[in-house]
Ligand binder design. Structure first.
Ligand code: NAD
Ligand code: GDC
Length: 330
């Protein structure tokens, strides 16, 4: 009989891809979210619309499954999480707390929690040439306000459920995940999708707005590496938080140049110094990831962004925002 999995947040970006990954691996999957996937139907054998802030819904969602992949959260790019401390902290702590207890109650064998690089302290991320962050760098604690504190608290709760109740919890700290079928407009988008949208909408030679001076740095991980890493971690014996990201550091200005080259479209950068910036630099130290999983993300940013840019351009053509794909000749 197929292994049965619950994916929460299955109507969202990573959750939707996780459902596809598991179904392709022969799993029976229940997807749960408060909304259906936006860009294509879910591959899940069963999809339920449930608000997982509620205890009774978490009991319902976790009935009769072996593994839980917990992605449901009120989250977004830095523009969103900076402005929604109550929403992200309150909603997410309700979801995480009820999901863990419901999983224990229903005898789930393995539980994955999607944590974030936002748990790392601001004092280690104040310069663009940031030292890659190791898992133990999280303390002394100073995570992002709201969203980051909830992720840190739930990491500890996962540890307690493992130690006190024997629930096999696994935690990954995602470093800025991008890819097709993700949000690219509306305020929750993260930098890769936002820059792709801005370049796709721009007339050649136009200015596009970049938040901050663009010297701030990040590393970015393609969603296909994310789902592969989550699956490997869940089936490993490593139950402490683990980085899941790439260690290829790039400035946001460099990201703009990359997308501009992919589009074949020259653009100018207008730096909005009032724009939300988050940390000045963030990178993942993958030493433990390589040791624990014997694997690490491998999709190159230029290749992953190429697919992502052309998918976003296609959505903009579909909704009439642009008339055709730019050929790079005019
Ligand atoms: P997303 O916003 O695309 O997906 C989250 C999904 O959770 C949404 O579809 C939303 O409707 C659902 N949800 C929110 N509240 C809910 C509720 N009360 N009940 C049921 N469903 C609810 O986000 P994502 O990028 O797919 O992120 C997935 C997970 O990974 C989140 O926990 C996020 O914090 C974490 N994460 C993502 C990134 C990233 O770069 N994308 C980085 C770090 C951590
Ligand atoms: O939004 P984000 O990808 O989130 O921003 C990365 C950098 O890109 C920021 O410094 C931001 O100022 C810059 N930037 C420049 N222009 C734009 O138009 C833009 N839109 C966006 N969104 N950013 C722009 C994220 C969290 C996630 C998650 C990941 C974990 O913070 O928002 O919830 O936790 O981190 O890695 P970022 O990387 O700051």
């Amino acid at each position: 009989m197929a292994t049965r999995a619950l994916v929460t947040g299955a109507g969202g970006f990573i959750g939707h891809h996780m459902v596809k990954y598991l179904v392709a691996a022969g799993y029976w999957v229940r997807g749960v979210d408060v909304k259906e996937p936006e860009y294509e139907p879910s591959a899940a054998q069963e999809f339920e619309l449930l608000d997982l802030r509620r205890w009774d819904n978490c009991l319902m969602a976790t009935r009769g499954v072996d593994e839980v992949y917990s992605f449901a959260a009120d989250m977004g790019g830095i523009g969103y999480i900076n402005e929604h401390h109550v929403d992200s902290a309150r909603n997410n702590v309700l979801i995480s707390t009820h999901m863990l207890e419901a999983s224990r109650t229903n005898g789930v064998s393995r539980f994955f929690f999607s944590s974030s690089a936002c748990v790392y302290p601001q004092y280690l991320q104040s310069s663009p040439d940031v030292k890659p962050l190791k898992e133990e760098d999280a303390s002394p604690y100073d995570p992002d306000e709201g969203y980051g504190w909830e992720k840190l608290f739930t990491e500890k709760l996962c540890q307690y459920y493992y130690e006190d109740c024997g629930l096999e919890t696994r935690v990954a700290r995602f470093h800025n995940v991008y890819g097709p079928l993700g949000t690219y407009d509306g305020g929750k988008e993260k930098a890769p999708a936002a820059i792709c949208r801005k370049v796709a909408l721009a007339t050649p030679g136009d200015e596009i707005e970049v938040w901050g001076d663009g010297l701030q740095t990040r590393s970015f991980m393609h969603v296909d590496d994310c789902t592969e890493g989550v699956f490997r971690l869940l089936h490993s014996e490593h139950h402490q938080p683990l980085n899941l990201g790439t260690d290829y550091l790039i400035t946001i200005n460099g990201l703009v140049d990359l997308v501009s080259a992919i589009a074949g479209k020259p653009v100018k950068r207008r730096h909005n110094m009032e724009g939300p910036q988050g940390v000045r630099g963030r990178n993942s130290d993958n030493s433990r990831l390589r040791t624990v999983l014997g694997w690490e993300p491998s999709i190159l940013l230029k290749d992953g962004l190429d697919v992502t840019f052309h998918w976003i351009e296609e959505q903009l053509i579909k909704d009439g925002s642009i008339t055709s794909s730019y050929s790079g000749t005019s």
